[in-house]
Design a protein around this ligand. Structure first.
Ligand SMILES: [Cu+2]
Length: 369
């Protein structure tokens, strides 16, 4: 009896060792498939001078984490649904003033992917900067402070006077200030970005964000989110090494965005990818209504695929009928394989509510709930 139990135990032990080894092999190889660049690039070391004159040692495309401390934290899940409505006060004519303070910096180091460090230039400490939101007709006042080491500006897309365009009024480094003030409009989704030359350099390092102007009559209630499609040129060769929705490659694949069935989802999508002429967005298991630039209340397309050039943007609206996991990604495969891919995890809201509140009517859907 005892012998049998020992044998059983030893066979159990060797089975656990086998299972553990298998899990280890799968885990290690999956790391390789998810971050092949990270593993490949460890071989050659070089000295790298950041745009602010800092000297750091690198191995291939990677700034060695031993030498570089990340100075920027960014949570793409928090950014996704975070809207800055500013500090509001009524104006004598009955309209609303919204005030925002935006600080530019250009010396932060961000860990964009495990072991991959990148010098980011930021509005309010993040890439993208905050999503500034107002209603058509509001007065938007942005107190801009440039704490960077180079000149920067804020150039908003939309309608405003020439002097508020953030092009011919460079704001000096080391604390320069400028106040942008204009009436929010037209309703839609617009990018804002630095407009100092060389423009490509200032944009690609991260000086951009989203400006949403809500129509006066509002939009239908929805689970709203912002996706900035961006690329990261981590070795400064004017080609992107990574792509993403909201900066961190593969983030929403590893941390799916949770949404509910039969709930309106509204995505404000803005393409800020530099170097590559186009980007695109494909949604799985569904189609969306698409409003280019968000300026019209009637959708122009009902599709599962849009193509966007630089700063092109729009609003997507959709509802999922069926629960489960659905990919969204660039259908340009190079981009999705380098990080621009994510998952919507759709929960069957009806079945949840059924458990909490017993159905009193005979209504059923195809899941029998
Ligand atoms: Cu700039």
């Amino acid at each position: 009896m005892k012998k049998t139990s020992t044998m059983k135990q030893s066979s159990l032990n060797s089975r656990s060792v086998m299972i553990f080894s298998l899990i280890a092999v799968v885990a290690i190889s999956s790391i390789f498939f998810v971050f092949p660049e990270a593993i490949k690039a460890q071989s050659e070391e070089k000295v790298f001078v950041t745009h602010t004159g800092g000297i750091v040692k690198t191995t291939g495309e990677i700034i060695d984490p031993l030498y570089v401390e990340s100075t920027m934290e960014f949570d793409p899940m928090e950014y996704l649904r975070d809207f800055d409505y500013g500090v509001t006060s009524p104006l004598p004519d009955g309209t609303t003033l919204r005030e925002y303070t935006i600080v530019a910096e250009d010396d932060k180091i961000m860990e964009v992917s495990p072991g991959v460090f990148y010098n980011v230039w930021t509005f309010n400490g993040s890439v993208p900067g905050p999503t500034i939101r107002a209603t058509e007709g509001d007065t938007v006042r942005v107190n801009f402070i440039n704490n960077g080491s180079k000149q920067h500006t804020m150039h908003f897309h939309g309608i405003h006077p020439a002097g508020m365009d953030g092009v011919f009024e460079p704001v000096g480094a080391g604390g320069g200030q400028f106040t942008y003030e204009f009436i929010a409009g037209p309703a839609g989704v617009h990018p804002y970005h630095c407009h100092v030359m060389p423009l490509e350099e200032h944009i690609v390092h991260g000086l951009y964000g989203v400006f949403i102007v809500d129509p006066k009559e509002g939009r239908a209630p929805a689970d709203e989110m912002v996706m900035v499609l961006n690329g990261l040129d981590t070795d400064f060769d004017t080609e992107n090494n990574f792509y993403a929705a909201n900066t961190i490659p593969f983030y929403y694949q590893h941390h799916p965005i949770q949404i509910n069935t039969n709930e309106l989802i509204r995505v404000y999508v803005v393409n800020m990818v530099e170097f590559d002429p186009i980007n695109n967005l494909h949604l799985h298991g569904n189609l969306y209504k698409y409003y280019p630039t968000g300026t019209d209340l009637v959708p122009s397309f009902y599709t599962d695929m849009i193509t966007l050039s630089q700063t092109e943007r729009g609003i997507m609206e959709f509802e999922y009928q069926y629960p489960g996991k659905y990919l969204f990604h660039a259908h340009k495969v190079e981009f999705s394989e380098k990080g621009w891919i994510g998952i919507f995890l759709v929960s069957d809201d009806d079945s949840d509510s059924e458990q909490e509140t017993p159905q009193t009517t005979g209504n059923t859907n195809e899941y029998g709930t």
